[in-house]
Design a protein around this ligand. Structure first.
Ligand SMILES: [Zn+2]
Length: 113
């Protein structure tokens, strides 16, 4: 499963960044083009983090909508859950993806020492 390997990578990065402190919350920003289901990711996180120093930490996922810019008219269109890369103003398909490909750990909240 796609989400399990993502959780493995998150765990590596977070453990390196935390420097041995207990992690309470991990804030993520994920673009909708990534095809990640937030609920599945949270579930996989509970499996991956169990019995590691990250057990009990929470993933907070901010889902970034897909936005495209039309190369013809310059209009920016925000797409829904099923991204179809067509301009909302003039209907042409020559577009540039502005948002939606993000996959970032934006911040960690660590326990007080
Ligand atoms: Zn257009």
């Amino acid at each position: 499963m796609h989400e399990l390997s993502i959780c493995g990578s998150i765990a590596d990065i977070v453990q390196r960044s935390a420097g041995g402190r207990r992690v309470e919350t991990i804030n993520l920003r994920i673009g909708q083009l990534r095809q990640v289901v937030p609920e599945t990711l949270v579930y996989c996180w509970s499996l991956v983090s169990a019995e590691t120093p990250l057990a009990g930490s929470a993933l907070v996922i901010e889902s970034v909508p897909v936005r495209i810019e039309c190369r013809g008219c310059g209009h920016t269109t925000e797409l829904g859950a099923l991204p179809i890369l067509v301009c909302g103003a003039c209907g042409q398909g020559k577009t540039t993806v502005v948002n939606g490909e993000e996959f970032l750990i934006t911040s960690l909240e660590l326990a007080e020492v």
